[in-house]
Design a protein around this ligand. Sequence first.
Ligand code: ACO
Length: 331
Amino acid sequence: MQNSKIVGTGSYCPELVLTNKDLERIVDTSDDWITKRTGIKERRIAKDGQFTSDLAAAAAREALAMAGLKASDLDLIVVGTVTPDRQFPSCACTVQHKIGANNAAAMDVSAGCSGFVYALSVAHNAIRCGASKYALVVGSEVLSAVTNWQDRGTCVLLGDGAGAVVLGPAEKDTGIRSIKLKSDGAFGDLLYSVDDNITRPVPSLPERHNHTKPFYLVMDGNRTFKKAVQCLEEIALATLEEAKVGVDELALVVPHQANLRIINALAQRLGLPEEKVYVTIQKYGNTSSATIPVALHEANTSGLLRPRDKLLLVTFGAGLTWGGSLVDWAA
Ligand code: ACO
């Protein structure tokens, strides 16, 4: 059976920056508290009329350009998102149209912050079994549209952004070497949306800040934190074991960016030095399914990744869902 590998990466985060100081004017919080408790300094916010599919399409175009492929070369598009433009049609179909990928099947995957790794698994397996040759995998979110801007426990954490990868065929034992996915709906109450009345399209900025639309995110931060550390460690070890790769062989870990303290706790449990863990949370906050592909693109374009480097992607999110992937870089 053939394998799949990442042949291009891309990202797009909106230009509008919301700093911790800006948030001090919206809720009872401080730059000092947010920095110390989360590691976040600022996040990006989509402007009015800018949808999850717009962010996704921008990231997708960049990933295709790096891969040296045309949109028409794609035969599959999978978008991980919890904030699709509309309940249906899928965000992936809108992206397919926006980038002109007229030969691609398209679908969304809903797996909370694990959406990108779950979507990667769908595309990877489609390539492995020969159903696809080139697949686009995107994590894209406009979380600002589902943020309760009166809840300081969540609104300081979230941001908007998108990241994408293009997958192509690879030799066995190269490229994506393992993907492990887990879920446990018994913990669905830790992090969920209150959805009295599905509100699409995305509310305007004033509506978001005044919180006049009733679709928003609720989280038990403390319990979520503890489960996150436990699940990330478990899935990291299971993913490495399946790929038969040791922690000491890793060149880089790209974890979901939910809280710097969660990332540091994972690094400590795995015995990883700080420089082997890629962190972007200070600039973008938690962009849910977008955090990993955004960070991966940044690591890639900053020249950090060399051929045959072993990368570990690990994630955790609402569901609960969690997952990991061991990537043999561009091999
Ligand atoms: N500014 C100031 N004070 C705050 C803020 C804030 N923004 N938020 C909470 N506090 C206060 C609380 O009210 C509480 O005050 P009290 O002691 O007087 O009651 C105190 O700070 C401590 O609150 P905790 O919730 O215990 O703080 P904690 O250290 O757990 O940090 C946080 C909260 C940052 C939310 C953390 O729990 C966390 O990151 N949780 C995990 C988030 C996560 O992993 N999410 C998963 C994915 S998200 C997704 O899927 C979209």
